[in-house]
Design a protein around this ligand. Sequence first.
Ligand SMILES: Nc1nc2c(ncn2[C@@H]2O[C@H](COP(=O)(O)OP(=O)(O)OP(=O)(O)O)[C@@H](O)[C@H]2O)c(=O)[nH]1
Ligand SMILES: [Mg+2]
Ligand SMILES: [Zn+2]
Length: 340
Amino acid sequence: MSRRLTRRQQERIGRSQERRRELAGKKLDLLDEGGLGPEQVGLVLTHHGQTLIVEDNDGRLHRCAARQNLGRLACGDRVVWQLSGAGDGVVVALGERRSLLTRPDYNGQPRPVAANLDTVAVVLAPAPEPSEYLIDRYLVAIAATGAQGSLVLNKVDLLDPPGLAALLVRMEPYRRIGYPLLPASSRSAGGLDALRAWLRGRVGLLVGQSGVGKSSLIKALLPDRDIRIQAVSAATGHGAHTTSASTLYHLPDGGDLIDTPGVRSFELGEISPDDLGRGFPELAPYVGRCRFADCQHDVEPNCALREAVSKGVIAPRRLDSYRQLRAELAAATKPGRHSP
Ligand SMILES: Nc1nc2c(ncn2[C@@H]2O[C@H](COP(=O)(O)OP(=O)(O)OP(=O)(O)O)[C@@H](O)[C@H]2O)c(=O)[nH]1
Ligand SMILES: [Mg+2]
Ligand SMILES: [Zn+2]
């Protein structure tokens, strides 16, 4: 279901792990000296500074340090770890990541935020007014993580049946190109069972404009979130600070939700032409088939993309977004503005 990491992501990870390995070689790892318990698998729920909170197979939380050579770990990472005494442990290996959400750190270097996401849902609502352009930006960023994009239409309690029907028709182009669309209301609890069922067996994350109801949905899906935050905080011994880091929560009915305060409204960071292509899968059959190689898909004759739009195969708004994002990408990669 989830795509593998893109080559670019793998290269990024490879580069940062290489740097870490160099550093690690110079460092003496004191934990090696102590008697460590047997290796076991675990799941990173969150971190506080360098301290990881790792859940073992029995649901117990352990405060772990990580071997330097592993690079930065993120919530959702599958790891191998060993007890080092008194409930604490050391992470000794990192499992393969099937997807990875990163954010640039203060140096502009990608920092892992959440690993192994299956789906990232763009939350929309009748208010604030949805914007196809914003949705498309999110979907490009999501495609770049390797997770599957989806749409949650929240606050359906605000709509009468014709209003709901109109919005569903407006969002139909997304369903048609394979993005599931789930109507919901955190207020009336409508649609929440379908959302729960859909998240079962998946690791999910909610993103979207401010005010669409992401926090309200998380609260509705995770009624005991505050209790869990306390448990994690107790494990870190750092009070409530952990709530500011991305944290993975198990949903009562199965599945996981990652609460990532910093990226709920994440926008497009650095993207490549590949990312753009992945974010517009329905354009792929037409890209490169225009008469002019440098076609801007605007007024040029024999434009394959505009012909597909006029045949009703591609939604006009999607082509608008594509052109706008392509222009932004071109502006961002102009010589002189190129980042390493
Ligand atoms: N009518 C209605 N209002 C809702 C629903 N869900 C959330 N709201 C309201 O919408 C407003 C914004 O909700 P939040 O959950 O704070 O939105 P958010 O997406 O977390 O916003 P940010 O944290 O700013 O990104 C609040 O006043 C909620 O009470 C819903 O299903 N129906
Ligand atoms: Mg919020
Ligand atoms: Zn064209």
